[in-house]
Ligand binder design. Structure first.
Ligand SMILES: *[C@@H]1O[C@H](CO)[C@@H](O)[C@H](O)[C@H]1NC(C)=O
Ligand SMILES: *[C@@H]1O[C@H](CO)[C@@H](O)[C@H](O)[C@H]1NC(C)=O
Ligand SMILES: *[C@@H]1O[C@H](CO)[C@@H](O)[C@H](O)[C@H]1NC(C)=O
Length: 149
C-alpha cells in the first residue's frame, strides 16, 4: 500500500504538465517514475568559484565552492518530459555556461539505468575545464572532458 502511494505521488509529479524537475524531492522517497538522480559539482580549483544552476522551473541560486567543496541536488527524471539543468560558472574573470544535466549526456557518461537504482552525475571543475563522470574517482580515470572555460 505504501509503495502504491509513493508510486501514485510520483505519477502525479511526473505527469504534471509543465514542471520538469524536482530538485527538492525528499531523498528518502527514491521511487520515481523513471530515475532518481543526484548531480554533483566538485570544485578542484584552488580558488573559490561560483556556480549558478537553473532549470525551467527552478533556480538553485548562487553557490560559492572552495577547493574540493561540492554542490549537489536530486530530482526525479520523468521519462515523458525532458529534464534539463543548466549552469553558469564564474572563476575570477572566467565564465562558462552549459547544460549540466540533460538526457543524452547523462545516459552516456553518468550511472546507467537500473530498476529503482539511484543514479549519479559528477562534474569536476578544473583549471583546464569541466569533466563528467559517474563516480568521484581519482582524476583522470573515468573522467571525460566536455567543456572549456
Ligand atoms: C522525507 O520523507 C520521510 C518519509 O516519508 C520522512 O520521515 C522525512 O522526515 C522526510 N524528510 C524531509 C527532509 O522532509
Ligand atoms: C551570481 O554570481 C555572479 C558572479 O559573481 C553575479 O554576476 C550574479 O549577479 C549573481 N547572481 C545573483 C542572483 O546573486
Ligand atoms: C550534498 O550537499 C549537501 C548540502 O546541500 C551537503 O550537506 C552534503 O555533504 C553533500 N553531499 C556530499 C556527498 O558531499
Amino acid at each position: 500500500m505504501k509503495i502504491l502511494c509513493f508510486l501514485f505521488f510520483c505519477l502525479v509529479f511526473t505527469t504534471k504538465a509543465s514542471p520538469v524537475a524536482y530538485p527538492l524531492a525528499n531523498t528518502t522517497n527514491k521511487v520515481c517514475g523513471w530515475s532518481y538522480w543526484t548531480v554533483y559539482i566538485y570544485n578542484q580549483i584552488n580558488n573559490p568559484i561560483t556556480v549558478h544552476v537553473e532549470s525551467g522551473d527552478d533556480d538553485l541560486g548562487n553557490h560559492t565552492l572552495a577547493l574540493n567543496d561540492n554542490q549537489n541536488w536530486s530530482f526525479c527524471q520523468a521519462i515523458t518530459v525532458k529534464t534539463l539543468f543548466y549552469a553558469h560558472f564564474y572563476w575570477d574573470s572566467k565564465t562558462a555556461f552549459f547544460d549540466v544535466f540533460d538526457y543524452e549526456t547523462s545516459k552516456r557518461y553518468c550511472t546507467k539505468w537500473g530498476f529503482q537504482k539511484p543514479r549519479k552525475c559528477v562534474w569536476l571543475v578544473r583549471e583546464d575545464g569541466f569533466y563528467l563522470g559517474e563516480e568521484l574517482t581519482p582524476f583522470p580515470e573515468g573522467w571525460t572532458k566536455l567543456h572549456d572555460w
